[in-house]
Design a binder for this molecule. Structure first.
Ligand code: HEM
Length: 375
């Protein structure tokens, strides 16, 4: 039922702009038509006047009037046959400039696929889509202004093969049919839009969005080692996220994404989810960090923590660093105590992450907020 009403709402939303289109187009297209018709009528009328006035004794007026009539008629015929020769009509036939409504359609297509392909992992591609958007953005280096989501260079072997990106092919493959459906969107904009969609569809906060990323070739691939290594401590977290320009508070807010998804032994080598609801965005990651007892997992895999009580949840060494470090811990406590504060600060930090290094044409106060399936 819920999904049926969501689809209905989506259908209405997507129908609305196209229903509006004819009247908008009519207003724009009527004006030049009338102008030309008026010109034509003027030419005809003045020709008539001239012919009436000058007919007696002076044939020049008649010739002038007849010429005006012919020119007017030819002009009108040309306009109706070749409207693109007249400015306005040419504009309508020019290159397609996607608008908010078009990006909302892409959002809706991703959301629909997310809802339909629920056999994957814990029931959603949402977490891996978010990880793709984060890994595309998290290569940014503020000193050299290189890396970041502008370029989608993870499509190419050097970057796609970096150990940190293992498993993200699943997300890129998921998005390929959507790219085919909307060929005008760049991979770079699509990956980030899908990250936004994943967060919102997993009931997270709204993430305002701007398009403007262009795909670049493999010469823009970033060197290996720019993404965080989960086996390290707080100084590594500060080094990696500091390079992108983030402060302590933002680092902790961004880490709350680990409320979602899981580790896979065939990707990172680590194993298991961080929370009991890995496809719903909550502040549970912080609550569990503080409230559960965490012990080293006894296994042959990389060093990770498991919760003592159920042994079904996991934490990475970098996750535990957030409660060992005093400054980080104050933010973990703030977010554990207040989901609203977490959502607000997570949204702000993710928005910044997704925009790192992108030369936008669209102003900061012109960002768009997409409607989710829950609106
Ligand atoms: C110190 C920083 C971070 C480290 C060391 C880290 C490490 C990891 C690792 C090892 C995995 C498991 C990958 C796999 O085996 O499939 C993972 C998954 C994930 N990470 Fe992070 N991460 C960090 C920060 C972030 C940030 C900032 C975000 C987003 C804003 C994020 C979002 C995710 C998500 C959603 C998953 C789940 C993917 C899935 O279920 O397939 N992570 N991360």
């Amino acid at each position: 039922m819920a999904s049926a009403s969501r689809s209905f709402a989506r259908a209405l939303r997507t129908a609305a702009p196209s229903l509006r289109t004819p009247s908008t187009r009519t207003a724009r297209f009527v004006a030049p038509t009338q102008a030309v018709r008026q010109q034509w009528r003027r030419g005809y009328a003045s020709g008539n006047q001239e012919s009436n006035e000058k007919y007696e004794g002076n044939p020049t007026g008649l010739i002038f009037g007849a010429t005006a009539l012919v020119v007017g008629a030819v002009g009108y015929a040309t306009y109706t046959q070749k409207p693109e020769w007249f400015g306005q009509a040419a504009k309508a036939k020019g290159p397609f400039t996607p608008k908010y409504e078009d990006y909302q359609k892409v959002y809706d297509a991703v959301a629909k696929e997310l809802a339909e392909k629920d056999e994957y992992d814990d029931g959603s591609y949402g977490p891996v889509l978010l990880r793709l958007a984060w890994h595309a953005s998290g290569t940014y280096d503020k000193e050299t202004n290189t890396g970041g989501s502008n370029g989608a260079t993870m499509r190419f072997a050097p970057e796609g093969d970096h150990g940190a990106n293992a498993g993200l092919k699943a997300a890129r493959d998921f998005l390929e049919p959507i790219k085919q459906q909307f060929p005008w969107i760049s991979y770079s904009d699509l990956w980030i839009l899908s990250g936004v969609c994943a967060i919102q569809e997993m009931q997270g906060p709204k993430i305002p969005y701007r398009p403007g990323r262009a795909d670049r070739d493999l010469s823009f691939c970033t060197p290996d080692g720019r993404l965080p290594d989960a086996s390290k401590d707080q100084s590594h977290i500060r080094a990696i996220f500091g390079r992108m320009g983030f402060n302590d508070q933002e680092m902790v807010a961004l880490s709350g994404a680990h409320a979602l998804g899981r580790c896979h032994t065939d990707r990172s080598g680590y194993d298991g989810p961080w929370t009991f609801s890995p496809t719903t965005m909550t502040n549970d990651y912080y609550k569990l960090l503080l409230e559960e007892k965490w012990a080293w997992k006894k296994w042959n895999g990389p060093k990770q923590f498991e919760d003592v009580k159920t042994k079904s949840l996991m934490m990475l060494p970098t996750d535990l660093a957030l409660i060992k470090d005093k400054s980080f811990r104050t933010h973990v406590e703030r977010y554990a105590n207040d989901n609203e504060v977490f959502f607000k600060e997570f949204s702000d930090a993710v928005l910044r992450l997704f925009e790192l290094g992108v030369p936008f044409a669209q102003a900061e106060d012109q960002r768009w907020t997409f409607k989710s399936s829950f609106d």
